[in-house]
Design a protein around this ligand. Structure first.
Ligand SMILES: Nc1ncnc2c1ncn2[C@@H]1O[C@H](COP(=O)(O)OP(=O)(O)O)[C@@H](O)[C@H]1O
Ligand SMILES: [Mg+2]
Length: 251
């Protein structure tokens, strides 16, 4: 059976899309491939990978491979698992502007049919004109990630209807949901979800030490899997899998 394709994105700023995507993939109960689809270019090679990433292991190479081979073969060549604790990653583009040359729709529909793995796509900051929208349309569910400041909430509320439009769903449909990072600074997650007219998927805590494992390649320590970030991520994953599975069942 094919896995689910989940897209994660933000409106503005840097609320932790990449970190949250890697965290969720790391506690996913099945194999979860992280696709770095940030139109502003990838961070994972330099962050989690600390700059030590095979130069030919990435999305740009997959785009070339797809001209002559199937997705499974391309992924076998190009996906890299940078550390034992890390999920497998298809690293993002090296240049800004390259995003317009990626066949996102074809890639998305092929990823949605991938057997043996679910895919979490880090779509970075959402911008209607950057070309990544066709990938969002192929997703079983989208997660909008926000911080809890007024600025972040306002920006998130502005793009929520655009993401709902991409999936052709209404404001109460859990296929487009909200994940709040560092809630209560100052707004509580439930209030943010109501203001954005999005169902609340959950919250990830402010946990700089654990976050640095994913964003900057810090070494995990003995009790890392019991850190607040990793613990809370397990609850969120259960909910996303249920939403993605239902969306797939309804398709
Ligand atoms: N849950 C969290 N707790 C604390 N710091 C976080 C958390 N998530 C992300 N960060 C930090 O925020 C910064 C930006 O994270 P990143 O994932 O690169 O954001 P984005 O992908 O949205 O640009 C990084 O320094 C990262 O360590
Ligand atoms: Mg990012």
């Amino acid at each position: 059976m094919s896995g689910v394709l989940i897209g994660l994105a933000s409106a503005k700023g840097s609320p932790g899309v990449t970190t949250s995507t890697l965290t969720l993939a790391s506690v996913w109960p099945r194999t979860a491939l992280v696709l770095e689809a940030d139109p502003f270019g990838g961070d994972i090679r330099a962050g989690l990978g600390e700059g030590e990433w095979p130069s030919t292991a990435g999305l740009a190479e997959v785009v070339v491979d797809l001209r002559s081979t199937g997705l499974n073969e391309a992924l076998t060549r190009r996906v890299h698992k940078p550390a034992p604790h890390a999920p497998p990653v298809l690293a993002g583009l090296a240049c800004v502007g390259q995003a317009t040359s990626v066949p996102w729709s074809r890639l998305g529909s092929a990823l949605a049919r991938l057997t043996g793995a679910d895919v979490l796509a880090d779509c970075g900051r959402f911008a209607a004109a950057d070309g990544v929208a066709p990938l969002l349309r192929e997703c079983d569910a989208l997660v909008l990630i926000t911080a809890s400041s007024l600025r972040a909430v306002r920006a998130t509320a502005r793009i929520a209807p655009l993401l709902q439009e991409e999936l052709a769903v209404g404001p109460d449909d859990p296929r487009v949901s909200l994940l709040v990072v560092d809630a209560d600074e100052p707004y509580p997650a439930a209030q943010i979800a109501a203001a954005c007219r999005l169902p609340l998927l959950g919250e990830l805590p402010d946990d700089p030490r654990a976050a640095a494992v994913w964003s900057d390649g810090a070494r995990p320590w003995r009790a890392f899997t019991r850190s607040p970030l990793q613990r809370e991520a397990r609850h969120i994953v259960t909910r996303i899998m249920a939403i993605g599975g239902r969306a797939r069942g309804a398709a």
